[in-house]
Design a protein around this ligand. Structure first.
Ligand code: ATP
Ligand code: MG
Length: 201
């Protein structure tokens, strides 16, 4: 399966041609997959887009830098109308909207997360969804790849979805419109250096 075919309808306005839904993948072993996704979310925020971030990571405390920055941008939006709203969730030991945070079953948590995202896609809740480290959920079989792709294929409107993570399954790469593979040339971690504030989180 290929990505979305180019739009040929000549009756579409320039604005419509500039607002086609994109399924975007940042994968590979090099650094920059998540930072590129959040950079895109910054651009989207400036467009006034509603943004939903779902981090499929173990620790909800990771990447507090971006989380804090987007929380501030959400407040700017609420107070001044500039930019768009930002909703941010990390899976951690349990999604933030669930009452129990004791749940550690990755399969159950992945399903809960995807159920919410599917509902939001059906309702066109956001203009951009960042599914950070989503590749691991798919590669580990916590969610069925075909079911996920079917939901994405049927999403209404012009909602963009960005997924990050190494080992993205081939079916996702085939279905995506835009795929970038980050290639590591070198990384300070190779020589045992510690992660750097501002560079890593
Ligand atoms: P970033 O969040 O910095 O954009 P990433 O999303 O591309 O990185 P992940 O696989 O999510 O990379 O890795 C998370 C952490 O591992 C980050 O702190 C990142 O700096 C670091 N990292 C990324 N690529 C490499 C690599 N090739 N070798 C060692 N560490 C890496
Ligand atoms: Mg990442």
């Amino acid at each position: 399966m290929q990505g979305t075919p180019p739009v040929k309808d000549e009756k579409l306005t320039t604005r419509q041609l500039r607002h086609q839904p994109r399924l975007i993948v940042n994968t590979g072993d090099g650094k920059g997959k998540s930072t590129a996704a959040f950079g895109m979310a910054l651009r989207g925020w400036n467009q006034g887009w509603s943004i939903g971030v779902y981090q499929f990571v173990k620790s909800p405390n990771w990447r507090t830098g971006e989380k804090a920055a987007f929380a501030a941008l959400n407040e700017v939006h609420e107070q001044t109308g500039q930019g768009g709203p930002v909703e941010w969730h990390a899976m951690g030991a349990g999604w933030t909207w669930l009452r129990s945070t004791k749940e550690v079953d990755h399969v159950a948590m992945s399903k809960e997360g995807w159920a919410r995202i599917s509902e939001q896609l059906a309702n066109e809740t956001h203009d951009l969804y960042v599914l950070d480290e989503f590749s691991y959920v798919l590669a580990n079989g916590w969610l069925d790849v075909d079911e996920v792709l079917e939901t994405l294929r049927n999403r209404p409107g012009t909602q963009h979805v960005v997924m990050t993570g190494r080992r993205m399954p081939q079916q996702v790469l085939d279905a995506a419109d835009l795929v970038t593979e980050m290639t590591k040339i070198k990384h300070p971690f190779d020589t045992g250096a510690k992660g750097q504030a501002g560079i890593e989180w």
